[in-house]
Design a protein around this ligand. Structure first.
Ligand SMILES: Cc1cc2nc3c(=O)[nH]c(=O)nc-3n(C[C@H](O)[C@H](O)[C@H](O)COP(=O)(O)O)c2cc1C
Length: 325
């Protein structure tokens, strides 16, 4: 019988399928449901650096006394934080699977100290979802990337639990970036976050949100980069996020070298049973292929292990299109 347990950033998981950060992981009851469905871990809904700061400043804008402003800033911050810390400690009491806290951030200001409280509340790890929109044409890519590294470094100085970094899809040289994320102390890299994107409504001449949920086809781009980064053999586990809707999607990411996969859109479309279905299909596929554990096939199709690594590279697409009629 095939065993689907795995390790992720030093934690033992009963399954490589993680319930990714979303509203589905913002309440203890749904975290219990995730565990019952077979999730190997949960990443909690993010605490947003932005959310705390915006809330504090919008409330304080209504006040005229500086003391009131200070109080509101403190109050809104500590309440958001307190709710979050309670969620962590309650979840830890109610489930056995690892609980990974998540912080959505774009600077090192104001929130890093709270990571200590997150660790004290019992989180097994912290996933930092780092993103800022580079809107300054004078800022070089290297300067922009330094911000990521300083966040990781400062966080690692404060906490001893593992830290993973969740990033967006676009970097000039993702392999170098991943290597540096590792060098600055991250234990995990989540490829990738999927952002809100604006779309145009040509009838109303307005800007509208593009599809909020992913589809399996979005997996292709991620598959390539999981396969490339995992081939670096860094001591940093990769978690694949984007486009996991079925067992087949999960198996592909594991073959590319991911230690875990995260599901989010699939939960919105089909609920937690999708995790049970992915686990079942993974077990069945492993049995059929006579793999007794995940390490028997993890990374088998990554850039290092395939016979023709050029298949990962763009030239193959040029060749493909030139003969495509
Ligand atoms: C409604 C919704 C809420 C999300 N909230 C968060 C969040 O709080 N923090 C975070 O890091 N990612 C968040 N995500 C991103 C997901 O965790 C995930 O990385 C992304 O949706 C791609 O995975 P998927 O294809 O399985 O949806 C959210 C996604 C959705 C659709």
């Amino acid at each position: 019988m095939s065993v689907i347990s795995t390790s992720y950033m030093g934690m033992q998981l009963s399954s490589p399928v993680i319930a990714g950060s979303s509203n589905f992981t913002s309440k203890v009851d749904s975290i219990i449901e995730a565990e019952a469905a077979g999730a190997g871990a949960v990443v909690l809904k993010s605490l947003f650096e932005e959310q705390i700061v915006t809330l504090a400043s919008s409330l304080s804008a209504q006040e005229t006394y500086p003391e009131a402003e200070d109080y509101l800033q403190y109050y809104t911050r500590s309440n958001s934080i307190e709710d979050y810390l309670n969620l962590i400690s309650d979840a830890r009491k109610r489930v056995k699977i690892p609980v990974i806290a998540s912080i959505n951030c774009f600077s090192t200001r104001g929130w890093i100290d709270f990571a200590v409280d997150i660790e004290k509340a019992g989180a097994n790890a912290i996933e930092v979802n780092i993103f800022f929109m580079p809107v300054d044409m004078h800022q070089t890519p290297a300067r922009a990337e330094e911000l990521y590294f300083s966040i990781i470094e400062k966080l690692k100085q404060k906490v001893s639990i593992p830290v993973s970094v969740k990033i967006g899809m676009r970097f000039s040289n993702l392999l170098n970036f991943a290597w540096q994320v590792h060098n600055h102390g991250a234990s995990g890299l989540v490829l990738f976050n999927r952002f809100y994107e604006p779309d145009f409504d040509i009838n109303n001449l307005s800007i509208v949100p593009a599809a909020v949920l992913s589809n399996p086809a979005e997996q292709r781009y991620v598959l390539r980069w999981v396969g490339m980064v995992s081939a670096l053999n860094l001591e940093m586990d990769i978690s694949a996020s984007t486009g996991v809707h079925t067992g087949e999607d999960a198996i592909k990411y594991l073959l590319a070298g991911a230690k875990t996969v995260q599901v989010c859109s699939a939960l919105y479309k089909r609920g937690f049973t999708v995790i049970t279905e992915i686990n079942n299909m993974l077990r069945k596929w492993m049995n059929d292929k006579e793999f007794s554990r995940i390490s028997d096939f993890r990374g088998k199709l990554n850039y290092r292990n395939v016979d023709n690594p050029a298949l990962f590279e763009r030239s193959q697409f040029m060749k493909h299109y030139s003969s495509y009629i």
